[in-house]
Design a protein around this ligand. Structure first.
Ligand code: KE4
Length: 426
């Protein structure tokens, strides 16, 4: 065995379950050997064979500036010299909180944590604590991290309570979780008609990046807001992926819908472990140490992570940042569509800001069931064809893609050309 990725994967599987610290990295959905990345710079990373890839994962969203942005590197280098972690409050946490609140007007206050899972789980507990209710609504195809109450698939019938998607999650833990079909107005109305007075919150990815790229229709997003208001439930936008990715004001800015609570992650940490959740003062002050809803974390607001996040937010707040990023991402999407059309490949794609998705079908799916009708073999052939050509997209058809400020027009053109070559061989 001379392939360094194979060698490392064999070593990894001896000591780490599946050889990875997060399942999607194992290439199980697409087959083959995961690439062990040894370094990254700008729009690229290099695997253990020193092969270069154009990186459309960007650490699953955080690396919006590209890898190793000088201002971010300098901020982190300075921060580590002042100490790695104190377990005590710092001024920089205030600065980051103030920067986030300035960009997310639906929030009066924010709590910093270390992962999107922790932020979503905490927002859920806060919603239940603030409303005194148990029932939560989520949508098939939306992922909000791996907290027990959110690892749930749709129940058997209409608006019935969910069943665990994971071993180790007792049915009792998800008995209050309603799983509905994304963009299904009738189901939404019926669920609130049946359970409205018991619903603590509705949690949604308003642009869903965990079923590749599916937008909530404006009517659906508006109806979620109306029904939550009408029934005294909290509307929670999970913007871990879309926050500062689809635009400076996230999916809530794109849709013009104001949630009660927002969950953030990925970009706000710039690649370091940092996430957050926030909302109106009256709700946020229910949190310990002020209120009865407990939430805590050893590395919450970590001084190195906050330095990385602040430096990142500073760069993305500069005038023209998102216009340029959105234009580049749209060029990629339009180029892929044109390449597929030229080769008779059923294909559609969409993007918002620096986030994109594509489907090997001519329609743009409106829900998870449609996304999952994609032919796996076709997707896997595209994935490996691109990988062989030095283009790294998500190793699963239900994942979104990400363009950074560091991707060049040549990178975009090379990606389109690679895709066209693969489509031509179909
Ligand atoms: P983390 O705990 O992975 O930081 O965040 C969980 C989470 C919450 N909400 C949304 C909308 C998310 O997309 C995520 C995590 N996203 C996945 C990719 N689809 C992370 C990649 C992985 O699981 O390895």
């Amino acid at each position: 065995m001379t392939d360094q990725n194979d060698i490392l994967f064999e070593r990894a599987r001896a000591v780490i379950p599946g050889g990875v610290n997060s399942p999607v990295r194992a290439f199980k959905a697409v087959g083959g050997t995961p690439r062990f990345i040894q370094r990254a710079q700008g729009a690229y990373f290099w695997d253990a064979n020193d092969k270069r890839y154009i990186d459309y994962i960007g650490s699953w969203g955080p690396m919006i500036l590209g890898h190793g942005h000088p201002a971010v590197v300098e901020a982190v280098q300075k921060a580590v010299l002042e100490g790695f972690s104190y377990g005590a409050p710092t001024e920089r946490e205030i600065e980051l909180a103030e920067a986030i609140l300035a960009l997310v007007p639906s929030m009066d206050m924010v709590r910093l944590v270390s992962s999107g899972t922790e932020a979503a789980m905490s927002a859920l507990r806060l919603a239940r604590g603030a409303t005194g209710r148990k029932t939560i609504v989520k949508f098939e195809g939306c992922y909000h991290g791996h907290a027990d109450a959110l690892l749930v698939k749709a129940g058997s019938g209409l608006a019935t309570f969910g069943n665990p998607t994971s071993a180790g999650v007792p049915p009792e833990v998800v008995q209050h979780t309603l799983v509905l079909e994304y963009n299904n107005l009738q189901q939404l109305d019926e669920a609130f008609a049946l359970h409205g007075k018991d619903i603590a919150c509705l949690m949604i990815e308003a642009i869903a990046g965990n079923m590749n790229f599916v937008r909530a229709t404006p009517a659906f997003a508006k109806r979620c807001r109306e029904l939550c208001t009408q029934h005294g439930a909290l509307l929670i936008f999970d913007e871990v992926m879309t926050g500062f990715r689809v635009g400076l004001h996230g999916a809530q800015g794109v849709l013009g819908v104001t949630p009660d609570l927002t969950v953030l992650g990925k970009v706000i940490g710039g690649g370091m472990p940092l996430a957050a959740f926030g909302g109106p003062r009256a709700i946020m002050e229910q949190l310990a140490p002020l209120g009865p809803v407990y939430q805590a974390g050893t590395l919450s607001g970590n001084p190195v992570a906050t330095a990385c996040g602040l430096a990142t937010l500073k760069e993305i707040s500069k005038p023209g940042f998102y216009e340029a990023l959105a234009k580049k991402t749209r060029t990629l999407v339009d180029g892929l569509k044109a390449a597929a059309a030229a080769e008779g490949q059923p294909f559609n794609a969409d993007s918002e800001g620096g986030m994109f998705g594509f489907f090997l079908m001519n329609e743009l799916p409106q829900n998870y069931a449609t996304v999952m009708t994609t032919d796996n073999a076709q997707f896997n052939a595209l994935f490996h064809g691109l990988l062989d050509r030095g283009v790294y997209i998500a190793p699963a058809l239900y994942e979104a893609g990400f363009v950074s400020a560091a991707h060049s027009e040549d990178d975009i053109a090379a990606t389109i050309a690679a895709a066209r070559e693969i489509f031509s061989k179909r």
